[in-house]
Design a protein around this ligand. Structure first.
Ligand SMILES: Nc1ncnc2c1ncn2[C@@H]1O[C@H](COP(=O)(O)OP(=O)(O)OP(=O)(O)O)[C@@H](O)[C@H]1O
Ligand SMILES: [Mg+2]
Length: 685
């Protein structure tokens, strides 16, 4: 082995010939010689070097060029990447390159140096050196290579279809219900599901799983419910509606439905859809979604050997864009409108402004509300026999919900992504706008527009854009894969383990590793909790918790600490007496519900006796969801924020600006509005 003490200083001791005369022009003989060198077997060159007892004399200029060539080699992304194929890890590559450098300079031969110098520091020189470098590494670093190979093999996520041998042994039929929103995809898939002897419906949201559970039971097909938080077993049921993360790949089904299949490409949750598609043991699998993952599903089916049937859909009624917009004035909202804003603060500002300046009453739907409350708000809005006829919502209305919306109005078309304000993506705009005018609702013809005239062009552009084709879908390792990997790098924290896995895992071209920043954040918080096994940490890290809510994170830490001490985990939280009287009380109710929901999730994912207060948590959660409903009906206060510093960025409009928008037409919107008030029909592609 080359000793650790090797370093650049050795170069100083090299034999340098100062006076070689070279007129700079390559003679024919020299060129011939170079061709010969370039085609030499690198194994032979390496052997020759190894057997050399000393380095041959070189000119100072050649040494300098050679040093530069080796400096570039050590920094070369190409070489470092190629080295991975022979199990020289990216973190070890610079050390290996340095040692190779020292070896080469101790032994080098004039003809090889001359050839390299003729190439100079460039990719050709790297390509010439690389196979010699490999020979050197194989001989000098067998242990490093063996260890890295083991690590890489344990982080192998290639060929994920082979992870489910039982599903591979089946002859499955995949039916892709492909089309835009409101085209009957889910409806048709559910028809087959209900006819089946045994069926599973996989939903992107708890809310949709509950909706299918209710609908299917109401139609006389016994159906159970299984989400991370709740399991409702209906006696004699052969059907189940679950959230996609809860899918069992052990049970056999006649028909499975995987809704919103395009979520396979979601950066965070995509792995759950991929797993369901690859692993479900069902004779017939109905996948519903837009066309963005159609090509990848075709590719997956050719790998799995499943038969693929494509059913294409058109929207029942075209979506119509109202070119008039609301001209910056919320007074122009009408019954059946849904105003979409992208922050909780904006949602309450809009609700307040509409209720203050018009006779409409607003329901609200946003992500931090429990599904039960969102549903209660949706029911209130859908019911024509009450005063709540306008909905103010976030993008949480974007998926699958059936609402009686006449017109979607985009309050803005930009949103805060946790870091900065960015335009809302075209696919999201389409998904949200598609909520307007559902078949069978009071408003079968959907309209969409913007509050501000200046946003209209972007809305039309988004609706006209074809669906972006996803070229990769998400994957995430199972616990068993992480455990195997952990065996290769003992004594590392769970968060370090995830990073090393991320750096070293291998994936096929159609897959990406889902983002795990939120998992790492939880892992870091739980690091100080002693006594948790790796599996416990893995499970805790998937608990549904808002990592930006310090109170919720505090409760998660407390739960994990009690669990680690083998104590029955307490809820350690009281029940509020009444509905919220201001926004901070409303935020508090939201957090409390999230903590209870997390408790219920943990209780379902760990042994029951460790989280024994499930029933109590469930009862409290139901009570809080009711209080939240009451609070929203009465909410007429200035919204606060969980994180004031960040929220300032999220909401560009102040309270004053909202009031200003209520003044009829600003002059600039009048100017830009001109005369084209006719509605412009845009068919959602
Ligand atoms: N053949 C049908 N008969 C009666 N109602 C239908 C039929 N097809 C669809 N619907 C109704 O039309 C509405 C939209 O259908 P569905 O939810 O299946 O659309 P989708 O294409 O899945 O939309 P999204 O992409 O938004 O999920 C639903 O309320 C559904 O019940
Ligand atoms: Mg659907």
């Amino acid at each position: 082995m080359v000793g650790n003490e090797d370093n650049d200083s050795e170069i100083c001791e090299l034999d340098v010939e100062e006076n070689e005369c070279d007129n700079g022009e390559l003679g024919f003989e020299k060129r011939l010689n170079f061709v010969e060198i370039a085609s030499r077997d690198p194994v032979e060159i390496y052997k020759e070097f190894r057997e050399a007892t000393k380095c041959e004399k070189q000119t100072r200029a050649d040494w300098d060029t050679l040093i530069e060539i080796f400096r570039c080699f050590a920094k070369s992304g190409w070489a470092s990447n190629q080295a991975l194929a022979v199990y020289i890890g990216a973190s070890f590559f610079p050390t290996a390159a340095q040692k190779f450098h020292n070896f080469f300079f101790k032994k080098c031969k004039v003809d090889i140096v001359k050839y390299l110098v003729s190439l100079g520091p460039c990719i050709e020189a790297e390509k010439f050196l690389f196979p010699i470098f490999v020979e050197f590494c194989v001989e000098e670093f067998p242990d490093e290579i063996k260890n890295f190979r083991k690590m890489v093999e344990s982080a192998d996520l290639t060929k994920p279809h082979t992870w489910f041998p039982f599903a591979r042994a089946m002859k499955r039929k995949i039916i892709y219900h492909c089309g835009p929103t409101n085209s009957g995809k889910t409806y048709n898939a559910l028809q087959r599901y209900m006819e089946a002897k045994k069926g599973i419906y996989c939903s992107p949201l708890r809310l949709l799983a509950m909706e299918v559970f209710d609908k299917v039971n109401a139609l006389g097909v016994y159906c159970s419910l299984c989400t991370g938080q709740e399991k409702k077993h209906v006696p004699f049921s052969n059907h189940v509606a679950c959230t996609v993360e809860m899918v069992s790949t052990d049970d056999m089904y006649d028909v499975a439905v995987i809704d919103e299949i395009q979520m396979m490409a979601d950066t965070h949750r995509g792995y759950a859809w991929t797993r369901a598609l690859l692993g479900l043991k069902a004779d017939e699998i109905h996948v519903c979604g837009d066309p963005s993952v159609l090509d990848i599903v075709r590719k997956i089916c050719s790998e799995t050997g499943d038969e693929l049937v494509e059913q294409h859909y058109e929207r029942f009624k075209p979506l119509v864009v109202e070119a008039k917009t609301l001209l910056g004035d919320l007074k122009n909202v009408r019954s059946g409108d849904c105003v979409v804003a992208f922050s909780r603060r904006e949602i309450f500002e809009v609700k307040m402004a509409i209720e203050k300046h018009t006779n409409h009453r607003c329901c609200v739907i946003y992500g931090a509300l429990p599904p039960e409350t969102r549903r209660q708000q949706a029911t209130l809005f859908n019911d024509p026999n009450n005063e709540f006829d306008v909905l103010v919502a976030s993008d949480a209305v974007g998926m699958g919900l059936n609402l009686n919306i006449r017109r979607i109005i985009f309050y803005t078309l930009s949103k805060y992504n946790g870091d900065r304000i960015i335009p809302v993506t075209a696919s999201q705009v389409k998904q949200i706008a598609g909520r307007a005018g559902r078949r069978g609702s009071r408003y079968p013809e959907g309209l969409t527009t913007t509050l501000q005239l200046e946003d209209l062009d972007y809305l039309i552009e988004c609706l006209k854009k074809p669906f972006n084709e996803a070229n990769k879908v998400g994957l995430f390792p199972f616990y068993e894969q992480v455990e195997l990997f952990a065996g290769q790098i003992p004594n590392s924290t769970f968060s370090e383990l995830l990073d090393r896995f991320g750096e070293n895992c291998r994936l096929d071209g159609s897959y990406f590793l889902c983002q795990y920043n939120h998992i790492k954040k939880i892992a870091n918080i739980l690091e100080k909790v002693q006594g948790l096994s790796l599996e416990d940490r893995f499970n805790f890290c998937f608990a549904p918790v808002n990592i930006r809510d310090p109170k919720a994170m505090y409760h998660l830490l407390k739960f994990a600490s009690s669990y680690a001490q083998a104590l029955p985990v307490n809820i350690a939280m009281g029940m509020p007496k009444c509905s919220a009287r201001n926004d901070s009380e409303l935020l508090d109710l939201e957090t409390r519900h999230q903590v209870l929901s997390m408790y219920m999730w943990l209780s379902n994912h760990f042994e029951n006796d460790k989280f024994p207060y499930f029933k109590k948590a469930e009862a409290m959660a139901t009570g809080i969801a009711e209080l939240l409903g009451e609070s929203l009906a009465n909410a007429r206060w200035k919204p606060e924020s969980r994180n004031v510093g960040k929220q300032q960025k999220v909401v560009p409009k102040s309270q004053g600006e909202v009031k200003e928008q209520l003044c009829i037409n600003t002059s600039s919107s009048r100017r830009r509005f001109q005369h084209d008030t006719a509605s412009l029909a845009v068919h959602v592609p």
